[in-house]
Design a protein around this ligand. Structure first.
Ligand code: PMP
Length: 372
């Protein structure tokens, strides 16, 4: 084998592989990280039309102008973020936005504050960029919400960035407005960047989402179509930042992926401009399932926070063999430890599965794993 570049040493595939290990036929999968809904019909139709009209060439590097204009409107309407189409880059999912942002701003010697636990990709993109990860605890006593005072304690002269993710994968926690504002103020005072991953923005129950970019100029706001419109495989995300920051990220984007998929971008325009009933239906359904899974887990004695967003719960389960026992009994879950040291003693369960299946899964866990 040819020697790989040393940066690949920072990536541990085995952890990720473990999470996707073969599911037994007939098992109920609560390990899923994507909505179990299909792409709404109006979005499918827009994509079919774009293919029939041969709208399948390269788009501008930053994405179709119509799409960027709609995204700018969305930012203003939903997030109170003032931006414009020039400062928006349409990316290959939020994943590419995270990669391009970290490549553009993080290098050796930079400290990046990272909520612990958090989504696996964050650690990987920081490592690939050569940055040092400084974990910030998200404590169960705070319902896993990241607190500004815990962030403040970790700031040093080398702090270059923090990654925020509200609503959170893996905990479902939705940060409080005052913490978001306080961290945004810190980013201005101490001159560091906030990379705010807001991909679960719309999957939120009885709570308002707040964007740090409303309060600070040092924010890269990342969002996408994967979760809100169940468009995971179509790979469209986007970001916005101020002029100078956007330009640096654009250098990475233009020279790595050229542009996002043109057909999927047409679908994304329809997603933003068309009816939103499917989104509302999906969120209502997720809420019913959240209520069910939280109730059942607590009744079983697995302390579970009534998570306010995303489609994950993060019960406290100290039995180290739980994930294996559950899998053997036919329920797939993910060990919380996969998301950082604070995830130890917890299990991530996704409720992106039908109400009936969640009910069945809870019965199995109750009868054959918890009391078995
Ligand atoms: N951020 C978070 C928190 C996620 O959970 C995911 C998907 N699991 C992503 C980003 C990636 O989303 P995309 O499909 O837009 O790349």
């Amino acid at each position: 084998m040819i020697n790989p570049a040393s940066r690949t040493n920072t990536i541990e595939l085995s952890q990720i592989r473990k999470m996707f290990e073969a599911t037994k036929p007939g098992a109920i999968n609560l390990g899923i990280g994507e909505p179990d809904f299909d792409v709404p019909q109006n979005i499918k139709d827009a994509m079919k039309k774009s293919i029939d009209e041969n709208d399948t060439h390269y788009s501008p590097n930053k994405g179709y102008i119509e799409l960027r204009e709609e995204i700018a409107k969305k930012f203003k309407k939903d997030n109170d973020i003032k931006t414009n189409s020039e400062n928006i880059i349409v990316t290959v999912g939020a994943s590419e936005a995270l990669y391009a942002s970290t490549q553009a701003f993080i290098e050796k010697g930079d400290e990046v504050l990272l909520p612990n636990p958090s989504f696996l990709l964050y650690e990987a993109v920081i490592n690939l960029a050569g940055g040092d990860i400084i974990p910030v605890d998200c404590k169960m006593e705070n319902e896993f919400k990241l607190k500004a005072e815990d962030v403040q304690e970790k700031i040093t002269k080398n702090t270059k960035a923090i990654i925020l993710n509200s609503p959170s994968n893996p905990t479902g926690a939705v940060m409080e407005k005052e913490d978001i504002k306080a961290i945004a103020d810190l980013s201005m005072d101490k001159n560091f960047l906030i990379i705010s991953d807001e991909i679960y923005e719309k999957i939120i129950y009885d709570k308002k989402h707040h964007s740090p970019a409303k309060y600070s100029d040092n924010v890269i706001t990342i969002n996408g179509f994967s979760k809100t419109y169940a468009m995971t495989g179509l790979r469209v995300g986007y970001l916005t930042a101020n002029d100078e920051h956007t330009e640096e990220i654009f250098k990475i984007h233009q020279n790595s992926i050229a542009c996002a998929n043109s057909t999927a971008q047409r679908g994304a325009i329809e997603a933003l401009t068309g009816p939103q009933d499917e989104v509302n239906k999906m969120v209502n359904e997720f809420k019913k399932r959240r209520n069910l899974i939280v109730k059942r887990l607590n009744e079983m004695g697995h302390e579970t926070v009534n998570a306010e967003g995303a489609f994950y719960v993060f019960p406290k389960i100290e039995d180290e063999n739980f994930v294996k026992k559950a899998a053997d009994a036919g329920v797939v879950t993910v060990s919380g430890a996969a998301f950082g040291s604070n995830g130890k003693g917890h299990v991530r369960m996704s409720y992106a599965n039908s109400y009936e299946n969640i009910e069945k899964a809870m019965n199995i866990l109750e009868e054959r794993v918890t009391n078995g």
